[in-house]
Design a protein around this ligand. Structure first.
Ligand SMILES: C[S@@+](CC[C@H](N)C(=O)[O-])C[C@H]1O[C@@H](n2cnc3c(N)ncnc32)[C@H](O)[C@@H]1O
Length: 363
């Protein structure tokens, strides 16, 4: 009898202890500062330094409000979730920010949403969910690589696109969760992406040439061409302005397409060689880098400068080139070599011009 009592007593004590530890863990995970202290960054690699920067960057209200006020972006995600998340689904929202995509999924009837974010913004997400009557969302203050779930999920939902598509480590983060925590046949939303790198002429009224290309009322700067800056950041510009690009020299087409259901981080090529035949003559000022995310034939999201429905908060990049003039029919052979996709400063680009063959009237 004493033995039975001791047995029941110790089982009860153990399960109370377990429940308390579970609650303690949930409490801790909802407090990013404490969680970061308990689960510290364990290395000093470029990836770890980027994570630290990323968490700090997205804690800023202005970064979040720009994304939330971007109507094409929010409409795209709202429609994608309404179409593709089914009532009862278990969902991971990778990088939940203010919790908006997790809220869309919960309203759609998701059984459970793991809303993970490594930024301080998470504590606001939690309050906002309560204030908006959102249920079935578990907020977890962790880097996604540390996330564990009790069972595999039906959907991985994410918005991890940087201006140059890969500069928020989207492929590495999503593939890691896909391989560990997504059910076979599960859905990644969105999963299909196209990267563009188009030769452009910039608008003359806004274009700022390299300093050695300038002649200001007869004052010549060409000698500075012998002292070109060595810092890579000088050679790319950012713009959100659709009128900054006057025209594309060729017909735009993706230089790289990935499907996150199948790609592996190591598969993304580090060198791209492609050509454009000039259909709009003019000066080449650089290459506009932008992306498109595709969910259905009628549902996509673009950061392209001339897309009428471009998502305005994303910038596109101009990879600057030495000026050159192109005629219709000329071919531009372009090489883009990348050290690390997430770091634009490791990208290098060059082109070769193949002039159009002009047939003479005498022939
Ligand atoms: C572009 S914001 C998107 C926020 C939100 N999903 C939305 O659509 O408004 C990306 C968010 O992901 C978080 N994040 C990025 N990488 C992450 C990772 N590997 N693990 C956890 N959070 C991450 C950032 O802190 C940031 O809040």
């Amino acid at each position: 009898m004493l033995f039975n009592f001791l047995q029941r007593y110790s089982v009860g004590l153990c399960s109370m202890g377990q429940r308390a530890m579970g609650r303690g863990r949930t409490w801790l995970l909802a407090r990013p500062a404490l969680a970061a202290w308990i689960f510290p960054a364990d290395d000093d690699s470029p990836e770890a330094r980027f994570r630290e920067f990323n968490g700090w960057y997205f804690a800023n209200f202005h970064e979040q409000e720009k994304m939330l006020a971007d109507r094409p972006r929010m409409n795209f995600y709202h429609a994608a979730i309404a179409r593709h998340i089914q009532p009862g689904d278990r969902v991971i929202d990778l990088g939940t920010g203010t919790g908006i995509l997790a809220a869309f999924a919960a309203r759609r009837g998701a059984a459970h949403v793991y809303a993970v974010d490594h930024s301080e913004i998470l504590r606001h997400a939690k309050t906002l969910a309560v204030e908006n009557g959102i249920q079935n969302v578990e907020f977890i203050a962790l880097h996604s690589s540390k996330l564990e779930t009790t069972e595999k999920v039906d959907v991985i939902l994410h918005e991890q696109m940087g201006d140059c598509l890969f500069d928020e480590a989207m492929v590495a983060n999503v593939c890691d969760l896909r391989d560990r925590l997504l059910k076979p046949g599960g859905l990644i939303l969105p999963s299909c992406f196209d990267l563009y790198c188009e030769p452009v002429k910039l608008n003359d009224t806004r274009h700022v040439p390299f300093i050695w290309e300038l002649d200001v009322h007869g004052f010549d700067y060409s000698s500075l061409g012998r002292q070109r800056p060595q810092e890579p950041g000088y050679y790319h510009l950012r713009s959100c302005d659709p009128n900054y690009v006057e025209h594309f020299l060729g017909e735009p087409e993706p230089v790289l397409s990935v499907d996150l259901h199948t790609v592996r981080d190591a598969d993304v090529p580090l060198e791209l060689n492609f050509t454009r035949t000039v259909v709009n003559a003019g000066r080449l000022d650089g290459y506009a880098v932008y992306f498109r995310a595709r969910v259905d034939a009628d549902l996509s999201l673009s950061s392209g400068p001339h897309d009428a429905k471009r998502a305005p908060h994303w910038g596109y990049r101009i990879l600057r080139t030495d000026r050159d003039d192109f005629a219709v029919g000329d071919v531009i052979e372009i090489r883009l070599k990348v050290g690390r996709w997430p770091e634009l400063d490791t990208w290098r680009w060059s082109q070769v011009k193949r002039a159009a063959v002009v047939s003479s009237a005498a022939e």
